[in-house]
Design a protein around this ligand. Structure first.
Ligand SMILES: NC(=O)c1ccc[n+]([C@@H]2O[C@H](COP(=O)([O-])OP(=O)(O)OC[C@H]3O[C@@H](n4cnc5c(N)ncnc54)[C@H](O)[C@@H]3O)[C@@H](O)[C@H]2O)c1
Length: 255
């Protein structure tokens, strides 16, 4: 069990990729705290999965739009499970709108959850590590859209592009503290964020036709990569973004 004795904190752990990572890190030996927005039933299912793996869990309801709540959720996790040494910044939202129709409220919500929330959860985590004099690791869940344009999702692309740059910048600034910072950039993964796509056979076929491995990814696929980045096997990896997309990013075809 390569994460035995570790404590992980995952933002947005009540479903989707966050729950997949919570389950996997627990199976690899970590105790796992996570926050979630409002899905109490989803949070309970994640707790059950962590505990079924024989690990301790802490589910904390905290809105990623609320800076005080972000700081408090990490403090509560530390009180309940000990100082987290692994932070997975997973919580994220997207909003479809033509660029010319994006409202200030759309912009604020997407940038606040995906970038500001991630920024300050990382700051709170790093300050805990500094106070404890410990090393640690940050894993940012970005997206292929940190690089690939996604018309109709300009706010999402702006947030994930910023996460790419923040990952590199913090790898350099936090390396001397023994803190590694990496990102995972998933392609299309079967989670509630893609409900509309998953419910449309035509949209789904058009997308899977572009994916060389011929299917969408699953939360477990992303979780396997997160487990590697959280483990001692990745001790010398920092400032990297790992794409996990079934080959989607490079599968451009001339018609
Ligand atoms: N599913 C995909 O195809 C895909 C692809 C690339 C990147 N991603 C990224 O993966 C991450 C997880 O997405 P997912 O697909 O599992 O989506 P999801 O909708 O299933 O989960 C999103 C998570 O974020 C949390 N969250 C959202 N807003 C919040 C708020 N204000 N306060 C607290 N928690 C909040 C939700 O509680 C939920 O647990 C996101 O950052 C997303 O951008 C997903």
């Amino acid at each position: 069990m390569r994460l035995q004795g570790k404590v992980a904190f995952i933002t947005g752990g009540s479903h989707g990729i966050g729950r997949g990572i919570a389950e996997r890190l627990a199976r690899d030996g970590a105790d796992v705290a996570f926050n979630y927005g409002h899905d109490d039933a989803g949070a309970a299912a994640t707790v059950a999965a962590i505990e079924a793996a024989g690990r301790k869990s802490a589910a904390i309801r905290a809105d990623m739009l609320d800076l005080a709540a972000i700081r408090e959720m990490l403090a509560e996790a530390e009180r309940r499970l000990g100082t987290p040494g692994i932070l997975v910044n997973n919580a994220g939202v997207e909003h479809k709108a033509d660029f010319w129709n994006v409202t200030e409220a759309d912009y604020d919500r997407v940038l606040s959850v995906n970038l500001k929330g991630l920024f300050f959860s990382t700051q709170a985590f790093v300050n805990q590590l500094r106070a404890a004099g410990r090393p640690g690791t940050v894993i940012n869940i970005s997206s292929v859209h940190e690089d690939l344009p996604f018309p109709g999702f300009s706010t999402y692309c702006a947030s994930k592009g910023a996460v790419r740059m923040l990952t590199r910048d913090l790898a350099v600034e936090l390396g001397p503290l023994g803190i590694t910072v990496n990102a995972i950039a998933p392609g299309a993964i079967e989670t509630p964020i893609n409900t509309k796509l998953l419910n449309s056979p035509e949209l789904l076929k058009a997308l899977t036709d572009k994916i060389p491995l011929g299917r969408l990814g699953k939360p477990e696929d992303v979780a396997g990569l997160a487990a590697f980045l959280a483990s001692p096997d990745a001790a010398y990896v920092t400032g990297a973004t790992y794409f996990i997309d079934g080959g989607l990013t490079w599968s451009y075809h001339e018609q």
